[in-house]
Design a protein around this ligand. Sequence first.
Ligand code: HEM
Length: 164
Amino acid sequence: MADSTLWLHLMGIVLSLGASVLLIVGIYPAAQKIEDAEQRFQMLASILKYFHPLYLFGICLVFMSGAIGLTDLKIGLGTGYYEKISGPLMIKFGFTMMIFLIASMQCFGQGLKVTRMANGIIEADRATKDKYINKIKRATMINIVLIAITIYYGLQLGHAVAAN
Ligand code: HEM
């Protein structure tokens, strides 16, 4: 993988994983300091409005740079490239698909719903608003774990490439 492509691949990981960890470790706990429930919801909704595009941009950057890198590898490794790297690559694809599905549900489903509840387009009671804020927290935590596992298989893929 060209250094510039690998740099984009790693920058995408830093962006998506870094933003997620800050949301869970920093922003959600800080929000609990706001006693008024509606103010807390509005604050989280205004942060999520910027978090989700940044998060998706990071994941898409990883995906696109990975696809570019893979194309280079196919050319470089020639026939039999599949046998040489399919192990870690297929596992990575499996995890990447799960990461994408969860991130899409979170950003396009739950995130947009929270934004619409926050600006009053969707009527919602306290329980519903809190339920969606917690769904987003859960989805982010699951993807932090899945991205961390995929990093491990990314390194294994790097070793498989180096061995060939
Ligand atoms: C969230 C998903 C992903 C994560 C966290 C991830 C992570 C990584 C990591 C940590 C590396 C090793 C970098 C190194 O050796 O310094 C790597 C390498 C690589 N990844 Fe990914 N990756 C992801 C998705 C993908 C996807 C979807 C593809 C292909 C479509 C892909 C293709 C590659 C390729 C081709 C390499 C380079 C192997 C090499 O030449 O050393 N990755 N990835």
